[in-house]
Unconditional design. Structure first.
Length: 263
């Protein structure tokens, strides 16, 4: 699902780069702080941190070798390093970072509660742990339009909000952070427009097999995939000709403080 970095960049990386500055602004990073980017992927958040903050050290960690290798080619700032590793077993000592951040990753961690506790563990007392995840409702048009078309063709497809363990809501993220022992929890929505030049600008990146939509499409028969493509095109354009269009993207972000020692 997350191995071909170039394909992921075209499909979702361009939007995570647009979302990252909103997330960083919400979290706040002070001069000289050490920041851990958990599930760094192709490096969108780490690159943004290097560009807009004066953090003294930024480490991005991800289990995908292909993504880590790609990220290393994209960020030349000496404050930034990328490492292979698992969010559920972070290879750092207690209290190693001032801020621990995770962008668009918690839904894809097998044991997200364990990862949240690990993020808290490696963050120093008084530090901040934060994450952001796409909203799982129809309010997030960027992902919702694909799901609506998929459900129209196959009603057994479930929306994220209907899936057990989904963190696509303010309530789910707040509960996750609370269960990790974080305090002073704050949640906000992050919204942004996503501009496409044409239908193919939206559709073709989905066919590269990256992320949940890509995996879903790869499993379909040619006829089913063609029917889904046509339904999606109809939903987006109706009787209008192909051309530029915009979809609203919505994510939820949560942050919490580390108080006391890790239980």
């Amino acid at each position: 699902m997350f191995e071909v970095a170039e394909a992921y960049e075209v499909m979702m990386g361009r939007w995570s780069r647009q979302l990252a500055p909103l997330f960083v602004e919400f979290v706040g990073v002070r001069d000289g702080e050490k920041v851990l980017d958990v599930g760094c992927g192709t490096g969108s958040l780490s690159a943004t941190l290097a560009r807009v903050t004066r953090a003294s050290k930024i480490i991005g960690i991800d289990p995908s070798k292909g993504f880590v290798e790609y990220a290393r080619t994209q960020v030349a700032d000496p404050r930034v390093t990328f490492e292979l590793g698992d969010a559920q077993n972070l290879p750092y000592s207690d209290g190693s970072f001032d801020r621990c951040m995770a962008l668009l990753i918690v839904n894809f961690i097998p044991d997200a509660p364990k990862a949240a506790k690990e993020m808290r563990r490696v963050t120093k007392r008084g530090g901040t742990v934060a994450t952001a995840m796409w909203d799982g409702s129809r309010a997030n048009e960027l992902n919702g339009c694909f799901r609506d078309a998929a459900i129209a063709i196959d009603p057994t497809v479930k929306r994220p909000a209907e899936r057990r363990g989904s963190y696509g809501s303010a309530e789910a993220l707040s509960d996750l952070w609370n269960s990790a022992g974080l305090t002073d929890i704050e949640v906000t929505d992050l919204t942004m427009p996503c501009q496409f030049s044409s239908f193919d600008d939206y559709w073709l990146p989905l066919t590269a097999g990256q992320g949940p939509p890509g995996v879903y499409l790869a499993r379909l028969s040619e006829d089913h995939r063609a029917a889904l493509r046509e339904r999606l095109r109809q939903n987006l354009f109706g009787n209008r000709p192909d051309g530029p269009f915009s979809l609203q993207a919505k994510a939820w972000a949560v942050k919490g403080a580390v108080r006391g020692t890790v239980a």
